[in-house]
Design a protein around this ligand. Structure first.
Ligand code: GLU
Length: 324
């Protein structure tokens, strides 16, 4: 069976299109990368890519920014609306957007979506207060749970899980919709019993939730979860390593997705080529920018977790490197 470990799985991300990149001295091309909350990892992915791209603006004319956003679903919707050129998105949400299902059922298939490469693994992570009585994922029923802001990937994944287990929002004592950056504090202020986050590890949000108060990471397992991972290439069984977080010494099994970098056919080949090149020609530097990137591997990044066709600009670069 597939097993996604925090150290071994990489997802692809796709980049968006623009007009052709101007040459030196010409007008600048501005590109925007959609990320996530500031205490997550997507924000660092976007900021890191932009930092590498902007070192060579003189050469390719591209100027990159990566603001905080609501997360995967918000990024995919913004790409579709032409409000962003690139974005980070969970592998399950990339698949759903491409096919017009789940959170994208009303919008329909996003044929213009393109994958660029995959990044880090994202285990679905549940953290509960130690005094909440929550020991298993099913114990969330009847409790105060932050199910995440609409637009976030974790909310979309949680909606899928709730359907799988036959739960509705009314089954929780409270189903709050706080953004990722707000939820660790809500947990430690005892405003909720548990939080969920689909996210790379380690990250600032779970660090806050495990150091500011007494909490435990809850396993998400079961035959239905095993089946999910077996049936869908964008899901895998995952482990959150013991000892990574305060008071959580043991490995915790869950399932996960991959973070992917995506764009659309509306963004030019030259722009995506320049962005991909900036990342892979500075790969060691990129990997040092966040501990969740430490085990990224080029070969996995161009194959894992990508549902949409690769962007032409990515194909050009990968071909040049002899990777495909
Ligand atoms: N997976 C989350 C989402 O899709 C974001 C995680 C992060 O910001 O690192 O919204």
């Amino acid at each position: 069976m597939k097993h996604l470990t925090v150290t071994a799985f990489a997802v692809l991300f796709a980049v968006g299109s623009l007009a052709s990149a101007p040459t030196a001295g010409a007008q600048q091309t501005f590109v925007n990368i959609g990320t996530g909350g500031q205490t997550g990892v997507y924000y660092v992915v976007g900021q890191s890519i932009c930092r590498l791209v902007n070192r060579n603006t003189d050469e390719h004319g591209i100027r990159c920014t990566a603001p905080s956003t609501g997360g995967s679903v918000a990024n995919l919707n913004a790409l579709r609306a032409g409000e962003q050129e690139m974005g980070v998105a969970q592998s399950d949400q990339q698949y759903n957007a491409l096919n017009g299902i789940g959170a994208f059922a009303d919008a329909g298939p996003m044929e213009e979506l393109r994958a660029v490469f995959s990044v880090h693994p994202e285990p679905f992570t549940v953290v509960a207060r130690a005094d909440s009585g929550i020991e298993t994922f099913d114990d969330l029923v009847g409790k105060r749970v932050n199910i995440g802001n609409p637009g976030s990937g974790q909310r979309a994944t949680m909606d899928m899980l709730m359907e799988l287990r036959g739960w509705s929002r009314g089954d929780f004592r409270l189903a709050s919709e706080l953004r990722a950056a707000e939820q660790a504090q809500a947990l430690c202020d005892n405003r909720v019993d548990a939080i969920i986050y689909t996210v790379g590890h380690p990250n600032g949000s779970i660090q806050e939730a495990t150091t500011s108060c007494d909490t435990r990471i809850i396993a998400v397992t079961g035959d239905d979860i095993e089946q999910l991972a077996a049936d869908n290439p964008y899901y895998a069984i995952a482990t959150i390593p013991g000892g990574m977080y305060n008071n959580n010494p043991d490995d915790v099994q869950t399932f996960g997705v991959g973070a992917t970098f995506v764009s659309t056919t509306h963004v030019s080949e030259d722009v995506i080529y320049a962005v991909v090149k900036a990342v892979f020609e500075n790969f060691d530097r990129f990997k040092r920018l966040h501990p969740a990137f430490a085990n990224l591997d080029e070969a996995a990044m161009i194959t894992n977790g990508l549902s949409a066709p690769l962007h032409d600009g990515a194909v050009r670069y990968f071909t040049e490197r002899g990777w495909m």
